[in-house]
Design a protein around this ligand. Sequence first.
Ligand code: EPS
Length: 372
Amino acid sequence: MLRYLTAGESHGKALVAILEGLPAGLKLNTKEIDGELKRRQSGYGRGKRMEIESDKVEIISGLRKGHSLGSPIALLIKNKDFKIDKLAQVTCPRPGHADLAGILKYDTQDARDILERASARETAVRVAVGAICKGFLAEFGIDVISHTTYLCSVDAQTGHLSVKDIARNASKSSLNCADKYAERLMIRRIEQAKEKGDTVGGGFEIIALNVPPGLGSCMHFDRKIDARLAGELMSIQAVKGVEFGLGFEGARLFGSQFHDPIAIQGKKITRKRNNAGGVEGGMTNGEPLLVTCAMKPISTLMKPLDSIDIKKKAPSKAAVERSDICAIVAASVVGENSTAFILAQAVMEKFGGDSIGETMRNYKGYMRALKL
Ligand code: EPS
């Protein structure tokens, strides 16, 4: 089973992860991982921390001469802003953050003990894990991209664009948004929020292409690919909802409007639409995987909401500290790479193998057998 663990605090020495279960012989490219880390640090509306850090991964095990050995891959990203022991106490919990629930649960009066780990800084190393998985998926022609679909009340119009165009436009945008006009309005919303000491959230779609049918399983609840993707994506800081394909809107339709008719073109099974988002019965169905995540507005407000001082047991304004106004780009990059991890895990589960060659042979045999 492909699995990983992360460790590290936001202002600790470093973030680390161990990824275990990848086959031997996979090319590991540090530059590509760093490219994903750079994308995660980008985006209009980020805070000053991103000017301090320039995240770079060190692969400290599992690698020899540029190839995986099949042993655990240990990853390290150093924090330049390492100052955890010097930071002031936080006694006025921020509504929406882990502060209050963490204070109560871990028996502390200092939310610093909580927020250092709860911070989305941890996602840097998750992206490094996902970037390795992206490289693994690329061997099978599977490509994972993401783009911002809305920010606050501004929707991007992308229905007329191909996935290739969405990816190209989004890669040129400061908000990972494929609609230039909408991007301008989104930037204005971020500026408005900044003026008011406020924050904004939004939504992003993750698209995976060339996903073979049959990843996941209908046979047991915890093997369903949509449940596993939703769990992984919901664990990203500030993500509050996950939809597949048409998503929650689909629940308002008749079955005849929602489900995707099956057709045959030559020897290829096709669909006339993809409202299901590429998943049926907890399994990928061969159509593009479409997942949208909703991200709530960041909970550190420069004009803080009412809270209490946990030490004084008295009303107070919530704590204010350096933060982002909007981190939708970071979240979409994390979502994209987290999706890559779950898909890589499902590929390994289905095709197995101790070397990439063995995994590939098994994959090719399956794909051959699927041909009508
Ligand atoms: C983040 C680093 C953090 C925040 C943000 C994400 O840096 P700092 O707390 O030092 O300013 O910018 O974290 C949060 C929004 C949060 O609520 O903790 C990062 O690397 O992505």
